[in-house]
Design a protein around this ligand. Structure first.
Ligand SMILES: Cc1cc2nc3c(=O)[nH]c(=O)nc-3n(C[C@H](O)[C@H](O)[C@H](O)COP(=O)(O)O)c2cc1C
Length: 188
């Protein structure tokens, strides 16, 4: 399987890293795009960009608008943006495809492949909500990374891993081993 994973400049870079780690463990080929604002946020949040580079099958600059991910002829099983900023979400909602992330997302939608957006902002004003509605109407899966406390998380790792698995499963990747393993089976 092949997945496109993008990091934009919202808080929660750890979600993207966890998704990448899990996909790598599952031998999924991950094509990764990182925006400049995501790199800045990684520094603030203590995430090493070099870890993203090491785990990715291939890494792309967000400015590389001519990369293979810009074309529908590059076949993949879906795209996750984690975390997804309001700026990137708005670009996708309104068809402004001037970065590789927004172009690859637009192509994912036009090819009717799954696009999962871990949009992180709070609180939300009316234009944010309109943007989310537009995204949903064109087929994107709007998935704010909201913790589920019924899993009785013992750590931040539990919270992040659960959300990461939920996002990955939306692409049809089997994450049963992670979510419904012995550690968690009583919680679901
Ligand atoms: C530490 C930090 C945290 C941020 N958190 C958020 C956030 O949670 N949500 C958001 O939409 N933007 C957030 N931003 C602002 C975005 O990084 C900014 O809007 C940027 O232009 C997004 O660009 P990109 O979508 O191309 O990555 C944050 C910025 C920094 C530096």
């Amino acid at each position: 399987m092949k997945v496109v994973l993008a990091f934009s400049g919202a808080s929660g870079q750890i979600y993207g890293l966890k998704i990448l780690e899990i996909l790598r463990n599952l031998n999924v080929e991950v094509h990764t795009i990182v925006s400049d604002a995501a790199k800045l946020t990684m520094e603030v949040e203590g995430i090493e960009f070099s870890d993203i580079e090491k785990l990715s099958f291939r890494i792309y600059s967000n400015e590389d608008i001519g990369a293979c991910l810009s074309s529908g002829s590059f076949c993949h099983n879906g795209m996750i943006i984690a975390p997804c900023s309001i700026k990137t979400a708005s670009s996708i909602a309104y068809g402004i495809t001037d970065t590789l992330i927004s172009r690859a997302a637009d192509v994912t939608l036009k090819e009717r492949r799954p696009l999962v957006l871990l949009i992180r902002e709070t609180p939300l004003h009316t234009n944010h909500l309109r943007t989310l509605l537009r995204l949903s109407e064109v087929g994107a899966i709007v998935m704010p990374p909201v913790p589920a406390f019924y899993i009785k998380p013992k750590s931040l790792e539990d919270i992040v891993e659960y959300t990461a698995c939920r996002a990955i499963s939306l692409l049809g990747v089997d994450v049963e081993h992670y979510v419904w393993n012995d550690k968690n089976k009583d919680k679901n």
